[in-house]
Design a protein around this ligand. Structure first.
Ligand SMILES: *[C@@H]1O[C@H](CO)[C@@H](O)[C@H](O)[C@H]1NC(C)=O
Ligand SMILES: *[C@@H]1O[C@H](CO)[C@@H](O)[C@H](O)[C@H]1NC(C)=O
Length: 486
């Protein structure tokens, strides 16, 4: 039976039953334009250092093919944004005879190799540089690019250890003061620009952007006993480093590689940092990156209005949570679409410990487990809202919508967190709201610990200027409507 038939039955039942099935309508607003979608991504760093040679993982994350993994069939996520982590760690002595100070709490899997070994020479061909290190992360970058990843960011969690006051790339002694030595502000920029230049000439990789900071206002997770590479930067220091980075990139002919900043941990800190940057530094910034660790809190709307008023792009360049059900991810991603309006969205580590990873993995033991429901929840977005689409207004807090002008295709992703109900999608504001009676393809995933995993259905049809679907509780669905004209 067609779903329309089921619905007619349901409506007939409703007429006779006092406990009516709730019924919701959202009106898609095609006149809104929240920008052209640039893509979905992941940072490489730790998982790619551990698993960088595994082509099956590259197929899973960077294609939209159907991929068999540990006996299970997975819909590839089709990520096209990758963030390559320029490491801060090396084991050599510096010219003063000092060695790196290592946090007692950092796992080996989180120590990322530095290419610049000592300050003796800035010449990338000299023995001060090693270009053979970090082979696995570089390999995964190449596998991703070969599969279509086209936006590549170079980012740093900490300057190379020997540029730091305490020689410890996990953070300064008190965590809350700068660790980059002031006489090395330019050297940090030289490091990143040299890696970018070497990537262009030797690896065939053109970085889209370079980010010199990671959660730079943080103080509580960085420090000499930190669990990863990290570094605090005062806003004033950021304003000094950014122009150095711009000019070092220019000096190497990388004028099209933009500088991004400042990858703050929360929306609210990002607002303060953005407004605290000098006008000189801000002029050198091509994009604002923010992390999504404020969850449901924070003034996404203010960050968006401040950043867009200055004509800058905005990415959610790092999101992660420990909830493997996908519930937190959906809730925060919907808030991002409605209030933050990023043009790209990047998950932190697609392979990680249970809960955090889309696929459970242990980077030290180098073992992988099963994908969580969160994997399939994210697929509902990444496989359908594609680069080049225009983000429009889904008309409600539980709906996002994108439009592909070339294919005349409308994409709608909606979630129902309340009791089971029918949600109507009103397309009456479109010049052509699809074709009456035409198929609307849909995909559904159960948010939770089990249930539907990106199941496909051909049971939904346009009726006049709308269509509808019966959502179970905590179900996320994606719809594709053809022949739509804004
Ligand atoms: C390194 O050497 C190569 C070939 O000898 C040369 O083309 C390149 O310009 C040099 N790079 C730097 C940074 O000096
Ligand atoms: C739905 O129909 C489309 C277009 O005919 C087809 O490509 C797709 O495989 C069908 N999906 C299912 C689940 O039947």
């Amino acid at each position: 039976m067609h779903f329309r038939g089921l619905l007619a039955l349901a409506v007939a039942l409703l007429a006779t039953r006092p406990t009516a099935l709730a019924d919701e309508t959202t009106t898609i607003n095609p006149s809104a334009n929240f920008g052209t979608w640039e893509g979905w991504g992941t940072s490489l760093a730790w998982w790619a250092k551990a698993f960088g040679t595994q082509t099956t993982l590259a197929d899973i994350f960077f294609t939209r093919n159907t991929v068999t993994f540990n006996g299970q069939t997975l819909p590839g996520l089709g990520l096209n944004v990758i963030r390559y982590n320029a490491g801060a760690t090396s084991t050599n002595k510096d010219p003063d005879g000092d060695v790196m100070v290592t946090s007692p709490d950092i796992k080996a899997s989180r120590q990322m190799d530095a290419f610049w070994l000592d300050w003796t020479s800035t010449n990338a061909n000299s023995s001060s540089w090693s270009w053979t290190v970090d082979a696995n992360q570089r390999n995964m970058m190449a596998l991703a690019i070969a599969r279509g990843a086209n936006l590549v960011e170079l980012f740093s969690n900490s300057p190379v250890w020997w540029m730091c006051y305490n020689l410890n790339p996990s953070g300064s002694t008190d965590g809350s003061s700068d660790n980059l030595e002031s006489w090395n502000w330019d050297q940090h920029a030289v490091y990143l620009a040299t890696v970018a230049q070497w990537a262009a000439t030797h690896w065939g990789v053109t970085f889209t952007s370079v980010e010199a900071f990671n959660e730079p206002s943080a103080s509580y997770w960085v420090g000499p006993t930190g669990t990863q590479e990290g570094c605090h930067f005062d806003v004033n220091t950021m304003s000094n480093v950014i122009p150095f980075l711009r000019s070092e990139l220019n000096a190497r002919g990388l004028t099209n590689t933009i500088v991004s900043a400042s990858d703050e941990k929360t929306y609210d800190i990002a607002i303060t940092t953005f407004n605290g940057l000098s006008s000189t530094a801000l002029a050198d910034v091509g994009r604002i990156n923010v992390h999504g660790y404020q969850g449901g809190g924070g003034r996404r709307d203010i960050l968006f209005s401040d950043v867009s008023a200055k004509g800058k792009k905005l990415w959610n360049s790092e999101y992660g949570d420990s909830d493997g059900t996908g519930s937190q991810l959906v809730s925060n991603l919907m808030l991002d679409f409605v209030w933050l309006h990023p043009t790209a969205w990047v998950y932190w580590q697609v392979l990680d410990v249970s809960g955090w990873g889309l696929i459970t993995a242990d980077n030290d033991a180098k073992t992988t487990g099963a994908p969580s429901q969160k994997y399939f929840v994210l697929a509902q977005f990444t496989r359908h809202i594609r680069p080049g689409m225009r983000i429009i207004d889904g008309g409600s807090s539980y709906t996002v919508s994108a439009y592909d002008a070339t294919a005349k295709k409308l994409v709608i992703v909606a979630v129902n967190t309340g009791a089971a109900q029918i949600i109507n999608f009103d397309l009456s504001k479109f010049t052509t709201p699809g074709t009456n009676g035409a198929l609307v393809q849909r995909w559904a995933t159960q948010i939770g610990s089990s249930g539907m995993q990106y199941s496909a259905f051909n049971d939904t049809f346009i009726s006049g200027t709308k269509f509808w679907s019966n959502f179970g509780q905590n179900v996320i669905m994606t719809f594709e409507v053809s022949n739509v004209v804004i």
